[in-house]
Design a protein around this ligand. Structure first.
Ligand code: PMP
Length: 468
């Protein structure tokens, strides 16, 4: 039959690639660049492994987009989703309606999150979780009679999504350029970036300078005007920047002293990615708002969440007239199929043993990263749990990077794909890793063997060699 004829398969794949070029706008991609590059079309997944439409099998060291924490092909999730779809595919949360999965999930999240985050609002992903948190923070300060507190402070290299508010809190040039961002109420302070910190790797200095930068920024804007400080516990899309232990706690203390709220964006770091269920937990920090997505459903369906502190909830609740519904919500808030999936995903993390496997294999991950530090192209390695990165430099002494025209990122992305491993290349400097929590020892070894192979191949290239 046609389906088994390789000539038919090839022309079918060519047709798909052509349709993709013609019609599909890809996220965070140069339009013309994509037309030239073409799509890598994925077809199926199992555990750590992905297969593309040409039958190429590659190991995914980035869990999709740091979201498929349970790995691909978890049959129990498929069953739960099918059963929920059959019984009730949709239930609105508007007009006091609800569904059992959303209610049970809200309860479970409050049990897992730091004490005091007793309320949950569901979204479709991380961007609208951040956007929702910003709207609620604005609403909160109006509710408590401090309407002038509307300025937000975030970090250089931070990522808080692609909504028209979140993209301004994000501090990546391509999210601002041409989009008229950031807005005047969105401010940024230096990132706690140990490798690039002027005082070197000194943890105490990195923490102290962050606290000082926040205080200085609040003073510059006026404490009576600042609403909140937003940060990721580890900066993901900015290049996996890992602040020293104790940094988040010090910033929490500073926010309290300054009388501003703290929004901790755990979209990447949540659900075992850095070891514990949430990165806040390891620091003993309770934020006023915590945003979640990705690992919440492990990418099996779209869903995000905003967790709100009890004191904020009560202030909003007490100020709002009952006759006027608070105007914030989405058609798919608390979607029952996504919620049922999330409940099963949480079960896999806990009873299914994935959180503890992640912690176990995380030690091997850290050893591999550490070993790569000796590679001639590697200036820095960093990580926590199963989130990590290596930073490439042309000179280890001066920490100089490679010039943009060498396209180190593009070449590495092609080389790693050739070697059969998916990692994330950030610009020309950083390779990020976020393997699924189901990763076993030999798969972890294979990831690093393949990445090292790609680095060696890069090193063989004459123009790279002469740039060293
Ligand atoms: N916040 C952080 C910290 C993220 O990493 C991301 C996604 N990479 C987002 C928000 C936005 O999430 P989404 O892409 O699901 O909208």
């Amino acid at each position: 039959t046609e389906a088994h004829d390789p000539r038919f398969a090839r022309s079918h794949n060519q047709a798909l690639l052509e349709l993709d070029r013609r019609h599909l706008i890809h996220p965070v991609t140069s339009f013309r660049g994509h037309e030239r590059h073409g799509a890598r079309i994925l077809e199926s997944g199992e555990g750590m492994w992905l297969t593309d439409i040409d039958g190429r099998r590659v190991i995914d060291a980035f869990a999709g987009l740091w979201c498929v924490n349970v790995g691909y092909g978890q049959e129990s999730i498929v069953e739960v989703a099918a059963e929920q779809m059959r019984r009730l595919p949709y239930a609105t949360g508007y007009f006091h309606f609800g569904s059992e999965p959303a209610i049970r999930l809200a309860h479970e999240l409050t049990q897992l999150a730091p004490e005091g985050l007793g309320h949950v609002f569901f979204t479709l992903g991380g961007s609208d979780a951040v956007d929702s948190a910003v709207r609620y923070i604005v609403h909160y300060f109006n509710a408590i009679g401090k309407p002038e507190k509307k300025q937000f402070i975030a970090l250089d290299w931070g990522y808080h999504g692609s909504s028209s508010t979140g993209a301004g809190l994000t501090a990546l040039a391509n999210f601002h350029r041409g989009f008229d961002l950031p807005r005047p109420w969105q401010h940024h302070i230096a990132s706690p970036y140990p490798y690039r910190h002027p005082e070197g790797h000194d943890d105490a200095a990195v923490i102290a300078s962050s606290v000082a930068a926040l205080k200085a920024k609040v003073e510059e804007i006026g404490a009576d005007k600042v609403a909140a400080f937003c940060c990721e516990p580890i900066q993901g899309s900015g290049g996996v920047i890992v602040p020293p232990k104790g940094w988040l706690k010090a910033l929490r203390t500073a926010c309290d002293e300054l009388g501003i709220l703290m929004l901790v964006d755990e979209v990447i770091t949540g659900f075992g990615r850095t070891g514990p269920m949430f990165a806040c937990e390891a620091e003993g920090v309770t934020p006023d708002f915590m945003t979640l997505a990705k690992g919440l459903t492990s990418g099996y369906a779209p869903m995000g969440a905003v967790m709100m502190a009890n004191h904020v909830y009560d202030a909003i609740a007490d100020a709002a007239p009952e006759a006027l519904p608070i105007g914030h919500g989405f058609t798919y808030s608390g979607h029952p199929v996504s919620a049922a999936i999330a409940l099963e995903v949480l079960r896999l993390y806990q009873e299914g043993g994935l959180l503890s496997n992640g912690e176990r294999v995380g030690i091997r991950f850290a050893q591999h990263l550490e070993r790569l530090r000796a590679h001639p192209l590697v200036g820095d390695t960093r990580g926590r749990g199963l989130l990590g990165a290596i930073e490439l430099v042309s000179n280890k002494g001066t920490k100089a990077g490679f010039s943009a025209d060498l396209d180190v990122g593009g070449r590495l992305s092609a080389l790693t794909w050739e070697k059969g491993v998916i990692v994330r290349c950030f610009g020309n400097a950083v390779i990020g890793f976020a393997p699924a929590l189901c990763c076993n020892d030999s798969e972890m070894d294979m990831i690093f063997e393949r990445v090292e192979g790609a680095l060696d191949a890069l090193l063989e290239m004459p123009d790279i060699r002469s740039a060293l």
